[in-house]
Design a protein around this ligand. Structure first.
Ligand code: NAD
Ligand code: ZN
Ligand code: ZN
Length: 376
C-alpha cells in the first residue's frame, strides 16, 4: 500500500463513507499471472461476515488456475481475488449474524456449497448435491469468488467460519484450511487400512505432502515412505517424520516393496497426479490397499483386470469437510501439525507463486496482506 492509499483509506474511514479501497491480488484472465489491483473494501450483507485476513496460503492449484484453464472449462472464471486457504479475524458482521464477535480469530472453511442439502448440512460442502444452488458451482472464495489475498475477505455465510482454538496463530491456521485439511481428509478416510504394521506412501512432499507426513505420524502408527524428486523436499519429509525417503524412478516401486517385505504399501497418497506418479502408485500398492489421487497434474491410469492389484481402491478426493477442519485445527493448536511456512507481503505474492513453480519453496508460502510492503 502506498502512502497515498494509506492516507485515503484512513480519510475515508474517518468520514464513514463506503468508498474505502484495498489492494487485492486478482486473477484477471485465464492463462495469465495475477495482478495487484485496487478494489473496494467488502461490506457484509445479511448473514455475511467480513474477515480481516491474517494469512492466505498460496496453493499449487492457483498455478493450475493461472496456466491450465481456459474459458468454458469451469462453471466460473476470472476476474476474482486469489487465496482459498484463509484465516484472520472477524472484522464486520452483516445483519442477523450471531455467535461471532468482532476481533475473534477464525479460519475460513473454503468449499462453499448450497448450504441446504444433506451433504452441506453434514459439513461436507465439497460434495454438495445441489451445486447450482451454491454461490459458484464447485468453487468458493479464491476459486471463482473473491478470496483472501487482500486485506479483507467477504464470507457469504457465517457457517463457513470456524473459531480458532486458543493459541493457534491465523498465519499457521491459514495453510491448515487446505494444505492441512485436504491430506487430512485423504488420510482419515483410509485410517482403517493403516494399523500398526502397515505402510503409507506420500508422493510429492510440497505444501500438502509435508503435512500429509505429519498427519500420518500424528494419527496412525503406519510406516511412512515419502517420494519426491527434490532432495530438499525429502529432507523436509524426514524432519516431518517419514521413515524412508525416495526419489521417483524405475526402481522406486521395488524399493517400496523391499521396505514392506514384498507386500507393497497399504495406502498411497498421490499429491502430484501425473501419469508416472499414478503408475508408481499402482506398482507399489498392496492388494486391498487404497490409492488416492489428490494432485491435479492431469495424469491418468489404465485400469484392467490384471493391471492393478486385486481390490485396490482408487479414488480422487477433493478438499475436506468442516468437521474435519475442526479436527485439523485442534492438531495445529496442540503442536501435532506444524506447517513449514515462508511468509510474504501481498506485493511479493506473485514472486512466491513463481518460486513454487520453480520448485524452490519448502512447505507452504503464506501471504500476509497486512504486512508492510517491500520497498520499491
Ligand atoms: P507443491 O508445489 O507445494 O508441491 C508439489 C510437490 O510435488 C513438490 O515438492 C514437487 O517437487 C513434487 N513433485 C512434482 N512432480 C513430482 C514427481 N513426478 N514425482 C515426485 N514428486 C513430484 O503443491 P501443493 O500445493 O502441495 O499441491 C499438490 C497438488 O495437489 C497440486 O496439483 C494441487 O493443485 C493439488 N491440490 C489438490 C487438492 C484437492 O482437493 N484434490 C487441494 C489442494 C491442492
Ligand atoms: Zn488449494
Ligand atoms: Zn449443498
Amino acid at each position: 500500500m502506498t502512502w497515498v492509499h494509506a492516507w485515503r483509506r484512513s480519510a475515508v474511514r474517518r468520514t464513514g463513507t463506503k468508498e474505502a479501497l484495498m489492494q487485492a491480488l486478482r486473477l484477471m484472465a485465464w492463462k495469465s499471472e495475477p495482478e495487484l489491483v485496487e478494489v473496494e473494501d467488502p461490506l457484509p450483507a445479511d448473514g455475511q461476515v467480513v474477515v480481516r485476513i491474517g494469512g492466505a496460503g498460496a496453493c499449487h492449484s492457483d498455478l493450475h488456475l493461472m496456466h491450465d484453464f481456459d474459458a468454458g472449462l469451469l462453471p466460473w472464471g476470472p476476474p476474482f481475488t486469489l487465496g482459498h486457504e484463509n484465516a484472520g479475524w472477524v472484522h464486520a458482521l452483516g445483519p442477523g449474524v450471531v455467535g461471532l464477535e468482532i476481533g475473534q480469530p477464525v479460519a475460513v472453511y473454503g468449499p462453499w456449497g448450497c448450504g441446504r442439502c444433506q451433504r452441506c448440512r453434514l459439513g461436507i460442502e465439497t460434495y454438495c448435491d445441489n451445486p447450482l444452488g451454491a454461490p459458484v458451482p464447485g468453487g468458493g472464495g479464491g476459486l471463482g469468488l473473491d478470496g483472501g489475498m487482500a486485506e479483507f475477505m467477504l464470507v457469504p455465510d457465517a457457517r463457513h467460519l470456524v473459531p480458532l482454538p486458543a493459541g493457534l496463530d491465523p498465519v499457521i491456521a491459514a495453510p491448515l484450511t487446505d494444505a492441512g485439511l485436504t491430506p487430512y481428509h485423504a488420510v482419515r478416510r483410509s485410517w482403517a487400512k493403516l494399523p500398526p504394521g502397515s505402510t503409507a506412501v506420500v508422493i510429492g512432499v510440497g505444501g500438502l505432502g509435508h503435512l500429509a507426513v505429519q498427519i500420518l505420524r500424528a494419527t496412525t502408527a503406519a510406516q511412512i515412505i515419502a517420494v519426491d524428486n527434490r532432495p530438499e523436499a525429502l529432507q523436509l519429509a524426514s524432519e516431518c517424520g517419514a521413515d524412508h525417503t525416495m526419489a521417483p524412478g524405475d526402481t522406486t516401486a521395488a524399493a517400496i516393496r523391499d521396505a514392506t517385505e514384498g507386500r507393497g504399501a497399504d495406502v498411497l497418497l498421490d499429491f502430484v497426479g501425473a501419469d508416472d506418479t499414478l503408475a508408481l502408485g499402482v506398482a507399489a500398492a498392496r492388494m486391498l490397499g487404497d490409492l488416492t489421487l489428490v494432485g491435479i497434474a492431469g495424469g491418468s491410469l489404465p485400469v484392467s483386470f490384471f493391471s492393478v492389484p486385486y481390490e485396490l481402491s482408487i479414488q480422487s478426493t477433493y478438499w475436506g469437510s468442516r468437521p474435519e477442519l475442526i479436527e485439523v485445527l485442534d492438531l495445529g493448536a496442540r503442536g501435532l501439525l506444524r506447517p513449514t511456512i515462508t511468509t510474504v507481503p501481498l506485493d511479493q505474492a506473485v514472486e512466491g507463486y513463481r518460486r513454487m513453480e520453480a520448485g524452490t519453496v519448502e512447505g507452504r508460502t503464506v501471504v500476509i496482506p497486512g504486512a508492510p510492503s517491500a520497498v520499491h
